[in-house]
Ligand binder design. Structure first.
Ligand code: NDP
Length: 292
């Protein structure tokens, strides 16, 4: 039976470390890092994410600023809001909650954020820095996955890593991070042939697909480390619903050496890394260093 990688416990420790760093910045430099989250529209899932982010930002001792704009907001209005936040010295991190309403061009919006305040790490300048091996602000979910892996292995060098999923927010940045850690990388996607066989080669198998329980134990190399990024809601036997990953936990955990559960694996790491990135951004902007 695989060891369970407890992302919830790791994220709790990381948030405590962030809170210590924030206390240090306040005490020694009179600086309170501020995170601005911009939500456009009424998407219920986005509202929950934004609430959780605000709560955890405050718990870490930081300033949380929420901007809720109506569904009818146009590109120009959102750009104006970002311009104001870019110029605001109390704001060190800016996050625009995705998805945005269809009248707004998400790429243009992300690239209008000051790259030093781009705590999601999606700005082209941060994407370029990551893929050229000089990371600045790194996307939160891949960063969380890497922290869990580095906690388990001192050295990932030479390991075979398969990342299933090639999105800009998870698959591609995670592949860049694994490559920087000297893994041999395969990025698989919907056109990959013999996906099960490709997955079976992996010492580290990451699932970031968005398909409930797609990867079963038969796809897992015995002893491999499995990182399940997926969050899918399915009907459960009692007529309610429950969250599952992209990996079939029951069968995969019998073969893997270690595995992240859903919930309680990668999920809690994402917000913890967002808080961490906000402290990093504040330090970069104010030219300070703090232990993180
Ligand atoms: P996207 O929909 O942007 O990307 C999904 C990727 O999976 C694509 O590259 C797609 O391939 C690939 N894919 C789809 N179907 C298959 C298939 N049958 N076989 C192989 N590959 C396939 O998703 P995201 O990257 O945004 O998210 C992935 C999952 O991670 C989702 O469940 C999401 O909810 C979750 N997530 C969790 C987070 C967390 O905090 N834990 C944060 C972000 C996401 P192609 O490119 O060819 O279409």
């Amino acid at each position: 039976m695989a060891e369970i990688i407890d992302g919830k416990a790791y994220a709790t420790r990381l948030r405590a470390k962030v809170a210590e760093a924030v206390a240090d910045l306040k005490r020694n430099h009179g600086l309170t890092p501020g995170l601005a989250v911009v939500l456009v529209g009424e998407n219920p899932a986005s509202q929950v994410y934004v609430r959780n982010k605000a709560k955890q930002t405050i718990e870490a001792g930081m300033e949380s600023l929420a901007y809720r704009l109506p569904d009818t907001t146009n590109q120009g209005e959102l750009l104006e809001q970002l311009e104001a936040l870019n110029a605001d010295a109390n704001v060190h991190g800016i996050l625009v909650q995705l998805p945005l309403p269809k009248q707004i061009d998400s790429h243009a919006i992300i690239n209008a954020i000051d790259p030093r305040k781009d705590v999601d790490g999606f700005h082209l300048s941060n994407v370029g820095l990551l893929s050229t091996g000089n990371p600045n602000l790194v996307p939160c979910t891949p960063l969380g996955c890497m922290m869990l892996l580095q906690d388990r292995y001192d050295d990932l060098s030479g390991m075979s890593a398969v990342v299933v999923g090639r999105s800009n927010i998870v698959g591609k940045p995670l592949a860049s991070l694994l490559l920087a850690a000297h893994c041999t990388i395969t990025i698989a996607h919907s056109r990959t042939k013999n996906l099960a066989a490709v997955c079976r080669r992996a010492d580290i198998l990451v699932a970031a697909v968005g398909r409930a329980q797609m990867i079963t134990g038969e796809w897992v190399k015995p002893g491999a480390t499995v990182i399940d990024v997926g969050i899918n809601r399915i009907d459960s036997d009692d007529g309610k619903s429950r969250l599952v990953g992209d990996v079939d936990f029951e069968s995969a955990s019998k073969v893997a050496g270690a595995i992240t559960p859903v919930p309680g694996g990668v999920g809690p790491m994402t917000i913890a890394c967002l808080l961490r990135n906000t402290v990093q951004a504040a330090c970069t902007i104010d030219n300070l260093t703090v232990a993180l």
